[in-house]
Ligand binder design. Sequence first.
Ligand code: NAP
Length: 279
Amino acid sequence: MKQVYGVIGHPIGHSLSPIMHNVAFKEREIDATYLAFEVKENQLKQAIDGVRGLGVSGLNVTIPHKVNVMQYLDEIDPLAERIGAVNTIVHKENKLIGYNTDGEGYLQALLPILPKSLDNMRVLVLGAGGAAKGVAMAMTVHGVKEMCITNRTMEKADTLAHECSAITKVSTLPIALAQARLTEFDLIVNTTSIGMTPNVDQMPLSLEMIARGVVVSDLIYTPAKTRWLQDAEARGAIIQNGLGMFINQGALAFEKWTNQEAPRDIMRKKVVEKLGGLT
Ligand code: NAP
């Protein structure tokens, strides 16, 4: 019987996950389909009951459900527990198991472009939402030298710093101070949604103070090059958008569901095609 997978979120209409996973299932000759399910905040429990009742094989979970969904699952993987958010659910032997592949997906994209190892780098993370949690925790587990977190809502930055500080040295700074001290960082990561389509003129932080050769990374991939990344590139930074993270988090989920290697090149090609050829 055909297996059913999907992504739940709100809004979900523009998700690229269905085309990415359906091409992967086809490539691996797996009889499965992947759908986008619009699930509002007050429908989450019903949606998860439906996964059990209908025998849906696995799910991705996106905004706004990554944290709230955890209460409805049978088991949480230790990394997802530590991050405090789930983006992948595996339905196996009548159990729903929650994982987080965002942070690992981000690292898999980041590490190959770094000019030196992460344990020699001082990192500034902009933002303290769901994506920041995955990325910050993955970098601390991977042994980043030092991390500083800045966010519009400083309480959230402080909480995230506290959660990461069991593993590495983590501090927080208000945005204006972080901006004035940019020369202290080797890697600057935007995990906020500032600059994402349609608000393409916005920038999360002024990069006036960065040194050449710094790595500037943006989790956004629509547009492919945010105004912020364009500015960073013009100032001599090594830049990276969020497309690699998106492909990798999906590929890691696919591998958990199917125990088969994900066809990453084909998944990437399909997504890039859908985005109009921009990488
Ligand atoms: P979230 O939990 O809602 O967090 C949003 C973050 O952005 C918070 O830190 C928030 O600050 C900040 N923010 C939003 N609007 C702001 C504004 N106008 N001014 C200042 N700060 C603002 O969302 P998320 O799940 O972390 O997602 C954040 C971004 O990451 C999105 O663009 C998403 O598309 C991207 N993302 C990419 C991938 C990928 O695979 N590439 C995966 C996940 C997420 P406050 O705390 O002050 O509200």
